[in-house]
Design a protein around this ligand. Sequence first.
Ligand code: FEO
Ligand code: CA
Ligand code: CA
Length: 553
Amino acid sequence: MKTTSKSWNRRKFLEFMGRTAAVGAVAGVGLPSLSALSGLSRAKAAKSAEGRLPFKSLKPQISDQVVLADGFMHEILIRFDDVINSKGERFGFNNDFINFVELNGKNDLLLWVNHEYTSHLLVSGLTEEDLKAGRKTKDQAIREQDTVGGSILRVKRGKDGRFAVVKNDPLNRRITGRTPIPMIVDRPIQGTKTAIGTISNCAGGKTPWGTFLTCEENYDGSYGEAHFAPDGTRTLTPSWADGWETYFPYPPEHYGWVVEVEPKTGAAKKLTGLGRFCHECATTVRAKSGMPVVYTGDDANDEFIYKFISKEKNSLERGTLYVADTVNGRWLPLDLEQDARLKKAFKDQTELLIRTREAARIVGATPQDRPEDVGIDPATGAVLVALTNNKKKGNFHGSLLKIEEKGGDYGSLDFKASTFLAGGTATGFSCPDNMAFDLKGNLWITSDISGSSIGKNEYTPFGNNGLFYVPLSGPEAGKVFQVASAPKEAELTGPCFSPDGRTLFLSVQHPGEESPSLDALTSHWPDGGSSKPTPAVIQISGPALDALIGAKA
Ligand code: FEO
Ligand code: CA
Ligand code: CA
């Protein structure tokens, strides 16, 4: 939706323009734009953003296509079920977070892609009725487990400027719902320090030492959840989506963690110190002390924003987890040894970490409206948190929250919180989810209106989900321009710019996810006709993107 100056909420505009460059050098990682931005002054960026944008904002769309504003083009990089290596491993389902490390310069990358969840219909051919009747077989459960986790792919740019997957490259591999993964933890959890598989891999991050972080979000949809009575008695509730516990009764406590993956070997470990909840993302920066700091949100109604301050310079295995009190601007430690209330409630720190949400409530953390991605504004160093919505509280369109750490130090325990940008018809976007910054430091956001809500009631004006460009400097600063629209019921996720900024990798996740049966598919993207909808990673490029970042074609 095009935003006019008339429709722009003045109060929000003033808040937005309150951005200052007070925070010191940004030592962020996982955002390819950051290093490229060093030396780029705000004044220069503003100058380059002057004048008209090189594209016209898309109007909301309802078609079953990836629709792009003029001046952008896209093509599919890889899609579900493509074979990626000589072992016959296949690209997983519902691709989400994307990041990379450079292998040999800017055009030869090792890409990480999350696979958030499976589909009983599109992977196993089972309807809701089939599930209720217990018709999922063990083999089907195994097949589904193989479609989640993450993929590591070598991609190279050809002479035509486009990236392609290097088929059968020895570095191509899958980590799945069946891969044994050690947990970095003080003591065994339910009798072991090894979990089977990583699941619900939503967003993530990259560390300063070049490893990927993949976040386990809605883990209780696969193996259920463990609940604890005040006397410590443990009970289990069943999963709400996959029912894998029928054949594989793995402890729910083995999921809901942040997982660190070494790109070249695929070696993975679950970092229990960052807490256990519906982790959306893990955005890593360095405190002034040089220690890594990870911001991570719990994407559920009235859950919390956390940060982890490591005790080791190039590791996230030991450190302190804090939760945000955004009313008073304080990070509250979730450490048994620092809080008698926590010591009384949990038998040890591992127990506290397993039950992080309970600990956060005990210390008085501030409930949030579903924290999704966390981004670091490369010009100001401010921490932006996408609060996607909280329908129960009447917040349908969400906002971006700005956290400014005291003294510009990510290691600080004091901060100021304010609204950066609000969703709604005035701005033209709803339900912000992922964020990325381009080479000019401007913001790109994706929206996640749930498939069942798209085009209905409060969401009617927004059409399908989209990708939006938000200039952060120049005359259009703070306005929201739509660049891409997703196919039916899909979400565009994991935006990730190539090192030269001229390609945007983007996931098209869950097209047609409301389909009731294979005979009544609601999307046929990307093949059209009567084909099954298929999640895929696309690459977006074009003269408009080049112009936005000042790249020469
Ligand atoms: Fe998987 Fe909160 O998005
Ligand atoms: Ca998300
Ligand atoms: Ca989401």
